[in-house]
Design a protein around this ligand. Sequence first.
Ligand code: CP
Ligand code: NVA
Length: 303
Amino acid sequence: MKKDLLKMADLTKDELFDLIELAEKLKYEKKHGIAHKILKGKTLGMIFEKSSTRTRVSFEAGIYQLGGLGLFLSSKDTQLGRGEPIRDTARVLSRYVDGIMIRTFGQEIVEELAEFSSVPVINALTDYAHPCQVLADLLTIKEHKGSFEGRKMCYIGDGNNMANSLIVGGLLSGMDVAIATPVDYRPHPEVLKFAESYGNKFTLTDNIFEAAEDADAIFTDVWSSMGMESEIEKRKNVFSGYQINAELMKKARKDAMVQHCLPAHRGEEITDEVFEAHAAEIFDEAENRLHAQKAVMATLMSR
Ligand code: CP
Ligand code: NVA
């Protein structure tokens, strides 16, 4: 049976670790000029209903490096943008391609696409989840810290797609997870329910200093995600204290890493000073999108 990646909770701990291990192998091979045409002759349909730099380029370059072809399908230029139902699009694309990647709004769109597709579907960001990003994030933590167990990950900001996926991914990997959001911008209830089963390994607070205490890795994301443009001004007020800055970094471990899925808004969720001090880790994280997604495609599309 085909397998999809629609959210982090679709993965068991073993599957998560297998993906990270494969990503490490593919990264090593790429760096050493060892070809790995695991998906020779296969095609990935890439549906985009929102903008993207990293996701588009890393998927397109990644499928090519695996020996396959990526087809960029903007909803603006396909019949999706003129109202063709997602379930029909799913059944049509399944006749042409070997996997479908989608970036869209509601999680239910991705779920419906997967239900009606006979080929694997990969969520490349919805309002609810960003699993491909979090796989890259976990790979980056492993590279920089060597292990997950006994480590603490912290996220400051909006309880959005990144927060939802980091909570599940962080806990699955064995880390302690602390999240600081304003009370009205909590992560999704389904994710909080998942986190509850991890007992005191999970902390939810509105106090950024409490969340950052002794953290090994500190994450943030934009205050207004794509699709929330009408709330930008309001959110600037609500989130004004939710920033990674030099003062917050003093709470974390001395060797703490900073991660940001990008694009970053300097002066809002992160200061330019902290961003540039941690730029090497942040751009490793961006690079790791390529290796992590190649592992996902190689795993799901070669079955
Ligand atoms: N982090 C991320 O998904 O970046 P893009 O929006 O550029 O794809
Ligand atoms: N939370 C952000 C992530 C962008 C990669 C958004 O959804 O716009």
